[in-house]
Design a protein around this ligand. Structure first.
Ligand code: GAF
Length: 393
């Protein structure tokens, strides 16, 4: 795709880009709604990427275009960028430029053309892929020398402040820091991380992503409510974040919350979910990949019953896949629609896929999109032969 994106850049802007970059979408294996509680997460990168052809400018002009959104090139002045003013897709890349400049980095403009294969609105982190690919390009073109962790923080700031979405740090860190063949064990408090080998093929396993194609319009408000509820729980318990409640202190914490039933459920999910991430890390490091299946299922039940962010379609995927022999399944991402993941023996992929498709048809739901997720690399500069406008990869 790098050659196509570069050729389109040349057509739009009348000159070749200075380079082409890619950043992936992600699935989260386990650790949901823990990242804004300073907890643990474990995403891995998808092969699907946002690709950006970019040229540096030094005249204060930012020009943005996307192959995925109809419309002309958007043009703006970098010193006129202001949070909350842009309600279009351009807020994501422009927000990155704003966040870099606000942090004191001299980004003096750019021409950008983007194209993405990360499904949008599917809970697979298409926005973070857009942010991180632009941040990676600017990091290189302006020789900023920023680490993947730092880029992730700035991209999160762009999304929190410029776009106005109160997300955590998981998706941006996944896009920036994941490695092929690994899941990323991330402590979202200090961003310390460990790459955990996760080679499904070698184990005779597959991980399917089932995109329910359900997009719930109220999800952003619900996300904010869950976050506020978790912060209330931490305040009532006198800790900086729910991560500070140890698993063996959960019962005492729930007792202290008395009749705050809603907060009790949120706290129970977050504290047990952090513990599930640690269990999955231990199992994977012990080479016992199949044993993570039941932990994924527990995680789904907790999101459905305690955190209350699942939906009929996600539950249908999980229940049907398990009944068809899958080892584990759960919703992934923010919830209220989007995607579920299914861990299954390679030999069972056709039966599990068929069962899920048939269950959706029987329930008169539109067909889900099912594909295999192979743990893939994080953000990178792509090889691309300038001059001919042809791809090297
Ligand atoms: C969304 C957010 F962007 C992440 O930060 C994270 O909170 C996730 O929902 C839930 O785990 O993807």
């Amino acid at each position: 795709m790098s050659g196509t994106v570069a050729a389109e850049f040349a057509r739009l802007y009348g000159a070749e880009p200075h380079g082409v970059w890619a950043a992936p979408g992600r699935v989260n294996l386990i650790g949901e709604h823990t990242d804004y509680n300073d907890g643990f997460v474990m995403p891995f990168a998808l092969p699907h990427t946002a690709v950006a052809a970019v040229a540096r400018r030094d005249d204060g002009v930012l020009r943005l275009h996307s192959a995925d959104v109809a419309g002309p090139v958007a043009e703006m002045a970098v010193d006129g960028l202001a949070p909350g003013t842009d309600k279009n897709w351009t807020a994501y890349p422009a927000g990155v430029v704003w966040a870099l400049r606000e942090a004191g980095h001299a980004v003096t403009g750019a021409d950008v053309h983007l194209a993405s294969t990360v499904p949008s609105g599917a809970g697979l982190s298409s926005s973070a892929a857009l942010e991180v690919v632009v941040a990676s390009a600017l990091n290189d073109l302006f020789s900023l020398g920023l680490s993947g962790r730092r880029l992730a923080r700035l991209c999160q700031r762009a999304e929190n402040v410029y776009v106005g979405a109160p997300v955590g740090i998981m998706d941006q860190t996944a896009a920036a820091c994941c490695e092929a063949g690994h899941a990323l064990f991330l402590d979202t408090r200090d961003l310390s991380q460990r790459q955990i080998p996760f080679d499904l093929e070698a184990e005779g396993l597959r991980l399917l992503v089932v995109d329910t194609q359900v997009k719930h319009s109220h999800s952003e408000g619900e996300y904010g409510k869950r976050r506020a509820g978790c912060e209330k729980g931490a305040a009532l318990l006198g800790v900086a974040a729910l991560r500070d409640i140890p698993y063996d202190g959960l019962d005492a914490a729930l007792e202290r919350l008395g009749d705050e039933e809603e907060v009790r459920r949120l706290v129970r999910h977050v504290v047990t979910e952090d513990q599930r991430v640690e269990r999955v890390v231990q199992l994977l490091e012990a080479g016992d990949v199949r044993a993570i299946g039941p932990v994924l299922v527990e995680g789904h039940a907790s999101l459905r019953d305690d955190f209350r962010i699942s939906c009929r379609e996600l539950d249908l995927v999980v229940d049907t896949a398990l009944a068809a022999g899958a080892l584990g399944a759960r919703m992934t991402g923010g919830g209220f629609g989007g995607s579920a993941i299914v861990l299954t023996e390679y030999a069972d992929v056709p039966a599990v896929t068929k069962a899920v498709e048939e269950a959706f048809a029987a329930a008169e739901l539109s067909p889900p999109r099912v594909f295999e997720a192979v743990p893939s690399p994080g953000a990178r500069r792509l090889d691309w032969l300038s001059g001919a406008g042809s791809p090297a990869s």
